[in-house]
Ligand binder design. Structure first.
Ligand code: DX5
Ligand code: ZN
Length: 243
């Protein structure tokens, strides 16, 4: 399930991944239905422990509950101080992709965490906050399936987009053409275009979906911004020639 889910995410890209942080937790099944109708290809689950970040969200029971009601790939963003301790419980609960923060592990420990997570048969991602330089994840990059560039400080939805993420995406795209690149934080119909132009594949979106009553409309706006960038890049590739 997990490896094929990673492939499903890869083949769906560019893809919008709704972040279930600001959804209606009293009606998760209803939220799943609305997101499926809007055409979501995967779900982004923000797990926070109140230690690594000053916010507390949810853990395995929510992942497991969602798993029982959807076949969509579950992309679990671990904002916790001991990601390895919860890796197996998260996989048992139904996670397909586990992304942990480089800032949450000791220097030199990241490779061990990546290898242990890979042994669980899931996709593995490495995340970095806006202030963290790319150099801190350089030895991880050849080993992971995905790099998550945070465009806000991890911990809360609804923050403003930090443009430092764009340069990181450009550098990563250039060095690793095949690596899945994900961005998370402050993504809306405007910032998503900049992230796409910088080479991003997967766009995590919280507020810009959940503050709208109509998720289909929210997805359409986001998709159309991505398509505009892709279209203008295609035109650029053709040297402006009309075909
Ligand atoms: C922040 C989380 C994000 C967050 C995004 O730490 O990782 O996934 O929910 O929310 P918005 O889109 O509102 O910035
Ligand atoms: Zn997230």
């Amino acid at each position: 399930m997990a490896t094929s889910s990673l492939e499903a995410i890869r083949s769906a890209s560019p893809a919008i991944l709704p972040s279930l942080l600001r959804c209606d937790f009293g009606d998760l099944k209803g939220e799943l239905e609305k997101l499926s109708l809007a055409g979501t290809k995967a779900l982004h689950l923000d797990v926070m422990d109140g230690q690594f970040v000053p916010n507390l969200t949810y853990g395995m029971p929510i992942v497991e509950g969602l798993r029982r009601h959807t076949d969509l790939p579950l992309d679990v963003h671990l904002m916790i101080s001991d990601p390895l301790a919860y890796a197996k419980p998260m996989v048992d609960a139904g996670a397909d992709l586990l992304t942990f923060h480089i800032e949450s592990v000791q220097p030199g420990e990241a490779i061990e965490v990546i290898e242990a997570m890979k042994e669980l048969g899931v996709g593995v991602g490495i995340a970095l906050n806006p202030e963290t330089p790319i150099a801190t994840i350089s030895e991880c990059l050849p080993l992971v399936d995905l790099a998550l560039v945070m465009s806000v400080e991890a911990g809360f939805g609804g923050q403003s987009f930090n443009t430092s993420a764009l340069e990181k995406l450009r550098v990563l795209r250039q060095a690793y053409p095949e690596l899945l690149l994900q961005i998370d934080g402050g993504i809306d119909a405007e910032t998503i275009g900049d992230a796409r132009a910088a080479g991003c594949d997967l766009f995590v979106v919280g507020s810009a979906i959940f503050k709208q009553a109509d998720y289909c409309e929210a997805f359409d706006q986001l998709r159309s911004s991505i398509q505009k960038v892709d279209h203008s890049q295609d035109q650029g590739d053709l040297g402006g020639r009309q075909v």
